[in-house]
Design a protein around this ligand. Structure first.
Ligand code: F6R
Length: 367
């Protein structure tokens, strides 16, 4: 059942290329260079009058929502709010019929996300969900559902559900650009999209051995910091969440620029900092580099994940992982993989029950 893997989590990490391929299936028209979600009820009529988005979710799904904020605001120029479901529902969130509420949930059964959806409906918002489990409660209660098609996710720690949620948002953004502004993506980008699964497959296999060696060196750490900016900031949060939930190492994800407002006090020889940076994609590479230098000058070990050929980072890092240079939109899908693997390898070395971490349940149906 684990297909030759020791754990479901590892199997599911390796299933990501196939999973994202399924996410794309039937939703890309190569001849027209377009994305198509109209079969799923997401059309001009449904989107009429929408002026803003409210994305609500929990945990890893919430991180996918944060990625979506960067994508949608950058590509569509429309405002996006993202919130944690257990906060959203006990506040007075401001939304109306001009708001599209988007609930994200792998299971489609998370109590707080479901309650948030019901509240959004009461307030007159239009509703859409991004779910993995077909026919789940959240899927049934939203007007439009976009399935991620990741296949069953057994491991408590979410992996392929996340990458497919992110990809669904990439497709969603491209599609809305067509519908709202009549703008198609460049052929080059659509071609890169099609090649994503095979490129990701090669990357996973290559990066895994590197991550294994790295894990051997760092698995005894008691604290770790994860830093990133822009669309890689939510990936820093996700990397930290993965590590803490399965290896029980205290990890914090932070926006790199926020480091000097507090977490910099934690830095010392025994606290590794994982830094995510990308060149040529418009996500403030230089600023992230100077954050890395700040860590270095306080003797903090640096594990950097950087796009190919970022020599400046190589010089100041203890560990260095290269990520393929790709389009802005596709960065999160590549960067999250070594972080999932790192959490997995470290948890295994620490003898943790990777697929069933203590105190956690796959589907949180209680409040
Ligand atoms: C993290 C994890 C949880 C879930 C969260 C939301 O690895 O699995 O943080 O992401 O409980 O679950 P869904 O997406 O089913 O609503």
């Amino acid at each position: 059942e684990k297909g030759g893997f020791d754990h479901f989590m590892l199997k599911e990490i390796y299933e990501q290329p196939e999973a994202i391929k399924n996410t794309m299936l039937g939703r890309i028209d190569l001849d027209k260079n377009q994305i198509d979600f109209s079969q799923e009820g997401l059309d001009q009529k449904f989107l009429e009058g929408i002026q803003r988005f409210y994305i609500v979710a929990c945990g890893t799904s919430y991180h996918a929502g944060l990625v979506a904020k960067y994508l949608i605001e950058r590509e569509l120029g429309l405002p996006v709010e993202v919130d944690i479901a257990s906060e959203f529902r006990y506040r007075n969130p401001i939304l109306d019929e001009k708001t599209l509420f988007i609930g994200i949930s792998q299971s489609g059964e998370t109590a707080d996300t479901l309650a948030s959806l019901r509240l959004a409906k009461e307030k007159g918002a239009k509703t859409l969900s991004i779910c993995n489990v077909v026919g789940s409660t959240i899927a049934r209660e939203t007007e439009v559902v976009l399935y991620t098609k990741a296949g069953p996710e057994i491991s408590v720690a979410s992996t392929k559900a996340f990458s497919t949620q992110v990809l669904t948002f990439v497709l969603f953004t491209f599609y809305l650009k067509q519908l709202l502004f009549g703008e198609n993506e460049k052929k080059q980008k659509i071609e890169a999209l099609i090649k994503l699964p095979s490129q990701l497959k090669i990357f996973i296999e290559k990066v895994h051995s590197k991550v294994k060696t790295l894990a051997q060196k760092w698995y005894q750490a008691q604290n770790a910091l994860y830093l990133g900016r822009n669309i890689l900031y939510p990936i820093a949060l996700e990397g930290a969440l993965k590590l803490k939930e399965i290896s029980y190492i205290h990890a914090e994800g932070y926006a790199a620029g926020e480091m000097k407002h507090g977490p910099i006090a934690l830095i010392e020889e025994k606290v590794p900092t994982v830094i995510l940076a990308a060149k040529e994609t418009g996500i403030v590479y230089e600023k992230t580099l100077s954050n890395a230098e700040e860590v270095r000058s306080r003797r903090g070990p640096i594990i950097s994940l950087v796009t190919e050929g970022a020599k400046e980072f190589q010089k100041i890092s203890d560990e260095y992982i290269e990520v393929p240079l790709t389009f802005y939109e596709f960065l999160p899908i590549f960067y999250v993989v070594p972080l999932q693997l790192l959490a997995y390898e470290i948890a295994t070395l620490r003898g943790c029950d990777v697929d069933k971490p203590r105190n956690l349940a796959k589907s949180v149906t209680v409040e």
